[in-house]
Design a protein around this ligand. Structure first.
Ligand SMILES: [Fe+2]
Length: 206
């Protein structure tokens, strides 16, 4: 059933009383539009370990790396729910021991999501490091006509949250929004288990 048909049925049954001058098709279009709108991804600070000119790769993991494999993906949207097709997504994170590669480019990547706005990386779940409370992955996303989006993604499974990120996410003072803490799904096959996380990036226009 389309939104318009639903509205018509509700008006006929008395479930919906209209006090608007909008026609039903216009109202249905407005309703559809409002459901597609997305909240901008909250800012979270850049931190001291950002490096320009990261390699164009979706594979941050390398043979011999220890740590839980991570498949992290998402879509770059605008706040009207539209795809931002020409974005650049820079990602960097610590290794399992909580170290950033300052001299080289391990666990750093620059991605070009393309016409569908989708990005994906294969990595490991980063370790904790002394000056930060929670495990996290950094993002810097840029696109023509949009404000640069600087943020960090967190894992709902982080031991710091003790299984209750709703209550405990502020234990890391840099986490200013629950939205930055993402659920983790473990996928296993005969060879290995992978932590699967999605993190969409919603950019504001300039
Ligand atoms: Fe960091």
């Amino acid at each position: 059933m389309t939104r318009r048909e639903l509205l018509e049925r509700c008006v006929v049954s008395g479930a919906l009383v209209l006090t608007t001058s909008l026609s039903l098709p216009a109202l249905a279009a407005e309703w559809n539009e409002s459901e597609k709108k997305r909240k901008p991804t909250p800012y979270c600070e850049l931190g001291p370990f950002y490096k320009r000119e990261a390699p164009h790769t979706s594979t941050l993991w390398a043979p011999g790396d220890s740590g839980m494999p991570l498949a992290l993906s998402g879509v770059v949207y605008g706040t009207r729910g539209e795809i931002v097709p020409d974005a650049k997504v820079e990602i960097w994170q610590a290794d399992i021991d909580g170290h950033y590669d300052i001299d080289g480019y391990r666990f750093r990547a620059l991605l070009s999501p393309g016409p569908k706005g989708a990005y994906a990386i294969e990595s490991i779940v980063p370790g904790h490091y002394p000056s930060r409370v929670c495990q996290h992955v950094h993002f810097l996303t840029t696109a023509p006509g949009h404000k640069p989006l600087i943020t960090q993604m967190y894992f709902a499974t982080d031991p710091v949250f003790e299984g209750n990120p709703d209550k405990n996410y502020t234990r890391d003072p840099l986490i200013n929004s629950r939205d930055l803490v993402r659920p983790v799904m473990i996928k296993s096959d005969a060879q290995r288990s992978v932590a699967v996380v999605t993190f969409d990036l919603v950019m504001e226009t300039v």
